[in-house]
Design a protein around this ligand. Sequence first.
Ligand code: MG
Length: 311
Amino acid sequence: MNSFGPKVAVSRSDLPARVTVWEVGARDGLQNESTVINTATKVEFIDRLSDAGLPIVEATSFVRADRIPQLADAADVMGGIDRKPGVRYPVLVPNLRGLEAAVASGVRDIAVFASATDTFAQRNLGRPMVEQMAMFAPVIEAARAQGLSVRGYVSMCFGDPWEGAVDAGQVVGVCEELLAAGCTELSLGDTIGVATAGQVREVLGRLDASGVSTDTVGVHFHDTYGQALANTLAALECGISTVDSSAGGLGGCPYAESATGNLATEDLVWMLDGLGIETGVDLEKLVATSAWMAKVLGRPAASRVVRALSR
Ligand code: MG
């Protein structure tokens, strides 16, 4: 590592003192990489992420192996990782069968994946948006009955490749349904990365006006159009303090023709460090981890910070 770290941190009183970085690289990232990584490498990746100070490391997905072959080894991954006290390792669970397998693997935090648009619900879940809650409700209920936390992901909150602009009221409606069904937290996804900062304020403002606490809401931005950090800053200004990101920027977006997908964790931490916002993340360890993963994948990391610091 060279010495190009931020020299001066300037804090702002209108921003949170601390941000929880929800690391999605091992799940969202690897799921959307064309290369299938072996189990031992995934386990090492997750352990290195928790060792770098990430408080939440989304680990895998308990889905049918034929649907997402990249994550077919979910139980082995969960059995192989070194679980650090205080670190959460959420997994994606689409149905009761997945929940059962996850719990058997010692999982305490799950996530379900909802859509803010009809077309994406149809394509991703095989049913219209109005029917998606019927699919999740039993999973959420069973998970909560066992004391698990449940995060509700909402996809396509800021734009949809088939429907175009997405009405903010529609996003708020899905959020309210997920919370009513028992979700403990939400993540608003800009799945194709088209959002801009004003729109982020609009959607989060509408959500706030509906009575949803910003404490339960995270944001999940994609950098397809280079807007992820600007959108993140806008979200922080709206009181959001949980931000999803992917180490190295892993994971292309399957619904947008672009090499850039998830906001890179290093790029996020660089900005937060400079704003004097605590994350607990050791940037040097994280960059080393992503540089190692880039070698595994045989191509440079998408993260600008990883590229800048690992020359
Ligand atoms: Mg993503």
